[in-house]
Design a protein. Sequence first.
Length: 759
Amino acid sequence: MEKDKRNKLPKLLVTLTAAVAISSAGWSGPFTGKASAGAAGIFVSPKVYFTVEDVSLAKGTGKSSLHFTLLLHNEGSGTVDLNAFAVSVNAPDGSRYTPKLSGTSSARVWPDSTGRYIYTAEVSSQASLDTLKLSLNRWASDGISKGADIGSLPLAADAAPAPDKPVRVQLNEADASLPEDAVLTIRAKDSIRWNRDSGQELYTHLTVVNQGSAALKWNDNVQLSVQDAKGRTYTAAVVSGADILLEPQEPAVLTVKTSAAGSTSPGTDLKLVLGAKNSGGAFTIGTVPVPGETTAMGVGDAIPYVYGDGLELTYRSAVVNAKTDGTTVQTVVEFRNTAKEYVRLPDLSAVYQFGSRATVDGVIDAKPSSAFLAPGESASYRYTASLPAGVSKDAIELLLLAKESLAETAAESGGGSTGSAAASGTPGTSASGAKASASSAGTAAGGAASSAAKATASADSSSAAAASSGSGKTTAAGSTGYVPAASLSLAKAESGKGGDYAAAQTYTLGEKLPLPNGALEAGLGVSLVEFHKHENEEYGYQTAVAKYKFTNTSGKTLDLPQLGMELTTPDGLVYAGTRQSSAAASILPGTSAVVSYSYMVPPSDKTETLAMTVTDANKMSLGSYRVAFQAEAENGSVSFYPFEVAFNDSTVGWTYSTKTDAQYTYKLILDMTITRKEQVIVDSNFSKMEIELLDPDNRSLASQTVPFLGTGRLVSGKQTFFFNDVKSEQFSSGAHFNIYEVIETPNGPVRRLIKTIQG
C-alpha cells in the first residue's frame, strides 16, 4: 500500500481542539452510525461527525472522476479543525485514492456550525460506486503517516440525486483552463413540450448556481445529451442563457432544447448527461434528473416568471368556443411586478398546440402600453386563435414563448458585478492540500459581488410599446428565435357564454353613449359614429374598426380620456380595442374629435352584433352597449367618416409604350362628390382611399393611396389616376379596380372594400 505523503504544515494544524480530543462519559470512541438528519455518518465524538452528499461518478474511457461533498458537523462547544483528519477512498481490490479538495474553504469549524468541503478524485474506469467507500483516519504524530482509523461510509447511498436536489458539476474537467473552484450546481425546474414540424421538442429550464469565487459563463466544452429509461440518447443544447454572466451564488436560468426527447411518453424518466472529452476519450462529469414533462398551469395559478427577476405570472382566464365550423380560443395572462424597482416586461409570442404536432399561432389583441412595470403594477396579455372543429379543450395548451435574447437579458438583470472577494484568514487555520486541504490561505471571504442594478424606467418610458405589441400576428410556430417560458392548459377553460353581451343595453349608432354621471369631465360626450369590418390580408385576420366622436360642449379645453373599448361576442369572447396612437391629447371648446379603435377578430368569428364595453383608466366598466357592424351600401354615397363620397361616374383606359420595355399604363378617371359631414378634428393618419389595379385572377398589379386631408388630397369633381409600368405579360382585358378605405392601426394597415370598377 502506498504511503500517503502529507504537506509540511505548522504543528498547530495537527492538534485537535479539546472539544474533540477529550473523551466524555460513556463515550466508547469513534463509530459509524446515523446522524441527526438520518444520513449515515462517521462520528468522532457524540457531537462531532462527518456526512457525505452530492456523490457522483463520471465515467471515462481511461479513468473516472469521483465527486463528493464532505460535511463536518460541529455540535460541540469548541472548534474542530479538518486538518486533523486524513480522507481517502478505498476500493475492494485494495486500491486507495486520495481525493483533492476543490475551492477555498476554512478548515476550522466553529461551534454549532457545519463545514462543507468539495472533493474530486481520479479513480479507475472500472470502479463502481456500489463498492467504493470513504474512509477517515487521524493523522499520526509524525504528521506524515495515518494514525487510528475513525470509520468508513459506502458512497453508493448518497450517489443518486433526488429530482429536486441540485447536482454539482466541476467545469474544469471539461476545460482545464478554468480554476478548480469552477463548480456549478444544476437543478431542472421544469420541462415543456413544443410541437414542431419535425416532431415534439423538449425544453428544460435549469436553475444554475455558480459555487465558485469568480464569475463565469457556460462552457461550450460541456457536451449535453438526454437519456431515457431505456438508454436511448437524444442530442441536446443550451438555446438560451449561454451568454449570461454567472455571478457567484446568484441563481440563473439556462434553457436546454432536446430535439427528439419530446416524443417520449409524458412522465418518462429522463436524465441530462453532461460530458467532456480529453486525450483519454469521452467521459461524464454530471447527470441531472429531468422531468419528462411538467404539469401545465391551470386557470388561477400563479408562478414566478422563469425569465423575469421579480415578475409573477398569473393565468387569469380562458374561453373555448366550439362551433361546427371551428373552435375559437382565448386566454388572458397577467404579469405583476413583485420587486421594489422597475422591471422590463417580456417580449412574448404565443402558440396554441393540440395533439402531437398541431400548432396555431396565437394573436395578441390586448397588450401593455408600456415596456416597464413599476413596483406593484400589473399588465395583461390576451391571446386569441381559431382551431379546427372538434378539438377537445382537454387537449389544448397555450405556450408562452420568450425571445431568446430577451430571456437572457431578463435572467442576467438579477446578476451581480464581476468583482470577487479575496481570501483572508489567519495562517494555519485552513485545511492542507495533501491531507484534505480546503486552502492553505485561510478562511475565504464570502462572495462580495453586489447585484447589478435592474433597468429603471424614465418618465418617458410609459409611452414605449412593449416589443410584443409590434405586430398583430406572431410567428411562433415557425420561428427559431423563441423558447417556451410557460405552458397553460385550457382543460378548465370556460365554454363560450354571454358575459357582458347578455347585460348590454340597446344602442343606436351615432347617439351619445349614456355613461354614468362623473364618468367623463363635465361637458364632454362620446358616441360611436362608424363601425366596420376590414380586411387584414397580411395577417390573415379580420380587423374591426370603430370610430368614436368626442364632443366638448364646455367653455374650456378638455383632455381626451384614455377609455378602454372592448367588444364581447354572444359566446363570451372578448376583443380588446387598440387606441389610435396618434390621437389628439385634448379637445378645444365647441369642437369634436374622432378617435379610432381597432380590434383583431379571428376569421372564424362571423358575429355581426356585439357588446361594446366602455372602461375607465382603472379597467372599471362604465357600461355595455349592443352594437352591430354597418352594412355596405350597394348604391349611393359611401362613408369615410367624417367624409362622405358619392361615385358619380368612372372611365377606364390604357396606353401602350415601346420606348423601353413593352409596358402599359392604365388610366382611371373618377367623378366624385366629397362632402364633409361634420366639422370634427382628424389627423393625417386617419382614413384614406386606396385604389388597386388587379388582373382577372385578383393579383395586384399596382395601387395608389390618396388622403382626404393635406397634399394631394381628394376633391370633388373629376380626378385622374395613372397606373404605370404594367408589363405586357400582365396586361389583360379583364383587369379591374378595387377601391378601399384604408386605416393605419398599431397592428398595420387595414382595408375595407368599398367598390369594384371593371376595366
